[in-house]
Design a protein around this ligand. Sequence first.
Ligand code: BGC
Length: 735
Amino acid sequence: MDMGKRRKTALGWAMVGLTGITTLARAQSSDVPADPDTRAASTERQMSDDERVRLTHGIMAVPYLGSKIPAEAPFGAGYVEGIPRLGIPALTETDAGLGVGYVGGLRKDGATALPSGLAMGATWDPDLIRAGGAMVAAEAHAKGFNVVLAGGINLVREPRNGRNFEYLGEDPLHTGILAGAAVSGIQSRHVISTLKHFAINSMETGRQFHNAVIDDAALRMSDLLAFEIAIERGNPGAIMCAYNRVGGQSACGNDYLLNQVLKRDWGFKGFVMSDWGAVHGLDYALSGLDQQSGAQLDDKLYFGGALSTAAQNDPRYRARLADMNRRILRSMFAIGVDRDPPTRAPIDVAAGAQVAQDIAERSIVLLRNRGGALPLAASARRIAVIGGHADSGVLSGGGSSQTQGEGGPIVTIPTAAGPFAAVLTQSYQASSPLRAIRARSPDAEVIYRNGRYIADAVTAAKHSDVAIIFATQWMSEGLDAPDLSLPEGQDALIAAVAAANPNTIVVLENGSQVLMPWLDKTAAVVEAWYPGARGGEAIARVLFGDVNPSGRLPVTFPASIAQLPRPELPGSATVEPSFIGKGKPGQTLDVDYNIEGADVGYRWFARQRATPLFGFGFGLSYTSFDHGPMSILPGRQPTARFAIQNSGKRAGADVGQVYLVGTPAGATLRLAGFQRVDLKPGERRTLEVTLDPRILATWRNGRWQILAGSYRFALGRSATTLGSPVTVKLQGREW
Ligand code: BGC
């Protein structure tokens, strides 16, 4: 944009924002600031004392909490009143990590459900994730929202964590790159995005009070690094702090996380909003919190009158209050929510569904394919489809991220009573795998058994050429899984079906990693995650070979629970699972993350020399790929150059994964860069991937440090299948 145009636009905004003629005249005659910081500062200066605490708190915009919901507020997670006199719009907030939130059925208008976070992580494809973000933001905008509570990026440290399906994976670089793309897609539609939950919100047990114990260096090199990379790439308008404590301090009142790391070290210019019900004191403002969200869920409205009084009496609060407002305004202006207000309009259902299907098709991971059992042979005459409500739809995860198309879920199985019952219901999206399978096999007899009785499923499998069994693991916000089994006897069901028919294909719809005690007995295993609005079609297209599977695992699948850093889930014996429970006064639950430290997931397995069931980065294809050779170009930002060739007969996609395997300090294993590539049969491409220097560095004494010496890299098919290492000498440096 040239400067002249920029000025004019800025003047345009000022005119929209100001009402009185005198003010308008002043705005026109003075040189209206174009940049969001200056605009934010000048707007903040015009606020009255009352107005100064308007943007600093919001309500949860649902009727069942007893508060009056303003007519202009669409049902959704949050509403923050605007200041029309100054042209400042209200903030209308919806959950939208996996699509615009369904709010437990309060919204009947339907939105496109994306596949789960781990599914998106399995695509390793930032462009696709950016498109997903843009689609969701367009739908949010058309439903009256200008803020989406998206960007769930807690690293998967704990496979039993109920919310892993909202997150992207276990590696900070992979998560940071994909989350940055999601945010940039969202904000391209003039909708503010959050990244959440800051930080180390890795399990749901004692979710409102558990305390993450971890050293600064380990945290900087893992969970914080994911946020740092995502913030740099996506420039989110807001960060949502977490429920849990970190180092003994509530994450939303945490000076270290908010003031020191986020705002000082990373120079974050946006605002920090609390999670819903996560504010426990006025002094959180001094610790760096800028906005109290869903205030009905807290004990008090801290960031209203109490904050105003504090600001009149205490210069520290006065300064913070100005800063809080400026940060919120800055994000509004920088992202453009004021100049492109949400306008209610029908959403483009078909376009949204296509984006969801594209992501699902690229997210499905083929884990096992004995003797080319897949794609399904046209010769199969009788196919038994078993279990998982495959006749109706595909599973989705529970909690605030729930998204449903028009008409709502096709199958619902309640799990709880009370005000949040609908949010905690097992819900299936109306995309039937059975229907899609039938559509692709008109000459075969396709029978369905619900899998409730093993005997029934076994009989059906015995009399079929192939048995396709859909296994589900419902996971939810507020609830961790006790172990890594498939619930409700499904492991036994699969074992029995596989024993009855060796040509058994398992399709998993799961929230997080599971064990597979039946693996060796099956012909094929397809990891479909929670596959979203068009999940049934995507699964069928993979099964029949219309789509060549190309997903790669974004998490390590352990071979046993004993391999985990914490074989016993902390608090599982003492803490009652609760969606909103804040615990008894003073209740805490320390979770020792120093066990693995920065060695999350595959790095922990490498350190323990433990062999997982499936490694991070793993995934099969219907074609084959040759990798390498690889060379590393040294420099401040080293680059890996390598070739990948499709050596098979079908078009397909592969992901080049570059791992750091050795530093002057010794052996290590860290994903240092990656790139997904589509290749026709026989096609060979040379790829260049720049390597983030922080992956090569260690956080020491408050700085990143690269030691001078030899670094070894390997091209991996996964974190456990690495090519021969390439050595390069790097100069030492610190920053
Ligand atoms: C969740 C957030 C969500 C918020 C608003 C909380 O319970 O932790 O992820 O954005 O509710 O619905």
